[in-house]
Design a protein around this ligand. Structure first.
Ligand SMILES: [Zn+2]
Length: 415
């Protein structure tokens, strides 16, 4: 476990940084515009900008809602907290680094603005009012909790998935009994960071029982990002959409509201976590390459250790086009479509996914034609299965709920 906590020695990296150099007003204006667009691309931002983005989002939420007054902290303390979060992500990971965390945070910020529970910080941006009743479930502390879960959801990520951790009997896998190993680790580590900083009151439930719901949302939301539970989660969201359609949710019952809200937070963070594929194509493509590189690095390590290597982790085995098409068609779409049924305010993501599928498909066909001209055959014709793609993304090698495959759920014609 000590090796997993290697971020400890990086903790003071930012100590010498002048905290307030982050407050350049021109740059702040630029970031404010970026934060309120779906074109937001943290790959083009440096760490200073990324830290500023987190600061701007968290400070907006804390200053907007009177209910959160007790959590308002001096700006220097908030920066220190964010620096430590930044340092707790491994910058050597191609994908699971601080940029990804900021990307997920911005995605959820954007969703919450579209849902109508947050005002976009850019006064030039406004969204049509969301119709979904589900937005009434969100109290200020819930909004803050979901955003905090977003920035902390992959803290300390080692750059390999749950399957690798379990197969190699990593101490964390032993500690968490092979169940949501990394997600449990991220949640635990994040609460340690909260406790060590200006938000320690959020972790002391004996003195502050009113923050129990914060912990519940953060922990449940982070655990929801375990892709081994993807299908199970999608089914739960579909059930929620049905309850809403049939007016079966009693919004006057506190326990019911709590349950539905936790489910919705999990749904939103899941969408945000894989939102790369729903971003405008050029951004989606850049993220896809980076994610593939992290998978390949795991594959290199597996080969070095004499372990079996999944096709998706093997360089040159599966084309980026096939990987993306399979992931979008069999993993992402069913999630985004289900959440869009709960709240139509994220329907735009479904539209982007379909557009991106068309482009990836076109690229695949062009690639095939070129291949046929140049070579008789090569291994790139191997298409990943749904299981290949999902398994690679943090799934332990346990039997997945077969029969829930989306292949039978809806026609894929025209894709
Ligand atoms: Zn993530």
């Amino acid at each position: 476990m000590a090796s997993m906590l290697k971020y400890d020695h990086l903790r003071n990296t930012f100590e010498k940084l002048d905290l307030y150099q982050c407050l350049n007003s021109d740059r702040k204006d630029y970031l404010q515009v970026q934060i309120c667009t779906w074109d937001f691309l943290p790959l083009d931002l440096d760490n200073k900008d990324l830290i500023q983005v987190v600061y701007m989002i968290l400070s907006q939420v804390l200053s907007t809602f009177d209910d959160l007054e007790a959590l308002r902290v001096p700006s220097g303390d908030l920066y220190h907290f964010i620096f430590d979060i930044c340092n707790s992500y491994h910058s050597t990971n191609p994908y699971h680094n601080f940029r990804h965390a900021v990307d997920v945070l911005q995605a959820n910020y954007y969703f919450l603005c579209r849902l109508g529970v947050l005002e976009p910080m850019n006064p030039g941006v406004s969204f049509p009012p969301a119709q979904s009743e589900i937005k009434n479930l969100f109290q200020p502390l819930d909004i803050f909790a979901l955003l905090m879960a977003s920035i902390g959801h992959d803290v300390g990520h080692p750059g390999v998935n749950n399957s690798f951790m379990i197969t190699t009997s990593a101490p964390l896998a032993i500690l968490y009994n092979d169940k949501s190993v990394l997600e449990s680790f991220h949640a635990m580590s994040f609460f340690h960071l909260l406790r060590e900083h200006c938000f320690s009151q959020l972790t002391d439930l004996r003195s502050n029982p009113e923050y129990a719901s914060f912990r519940k949302i953060v922990v449940n939301s982070i655990l929801a990002t375990d892709m081994s539970m993807h299908d199970e989660y999608v089914t739960k969201i579909q059930d929620q959409a049905q309850r809403l359609r049939r007016n079966e949710i009693d919004f006057t019952d506190k326990a019911t509201c709590e349950k539905e809200k936790i489910l919705m937070c999990g749904a939103l963070i899941k969408c945000a976590d894989i939102s790369n594929c729903a971003r405008p194509f050029e951004s989606a493509k850049r993220w896809a390459k980076i994610l593939a590189e992290e998978f390949f690095e795991q594959g290199d390590l597996e080969r070095e250790l004499g372990m079996p290597v999944l096709p998706i982790n093997e360089r040159g085995k599966i084309s980026l086009e096939d990987f993306q098409l399979t992931f979008k068609r069999f993993v992402a779409l069913k999630l985004f479509e289900s959440v869009s049924e709960v709240t139509s305010c994220i329907q735009f993501t479904v539209d982007h996914i379909y557009e991106n599928i068309d482009i990836w498909e076109e690229m695949k066909q062009q690639g095939k034609q070129q291949q046929q001209k140049q070579l008789p055959m090569n291994q790139n014709s191997n298409s990943p299965t749904e299981k290949d793609v999902v398994t690679t993304n943090s799934i332990p090698p346990q039997p997945s709920p077969e029969g829930k495959s989306s292949t039978n759920e809806r026609p894929r014609s025209g894709i």
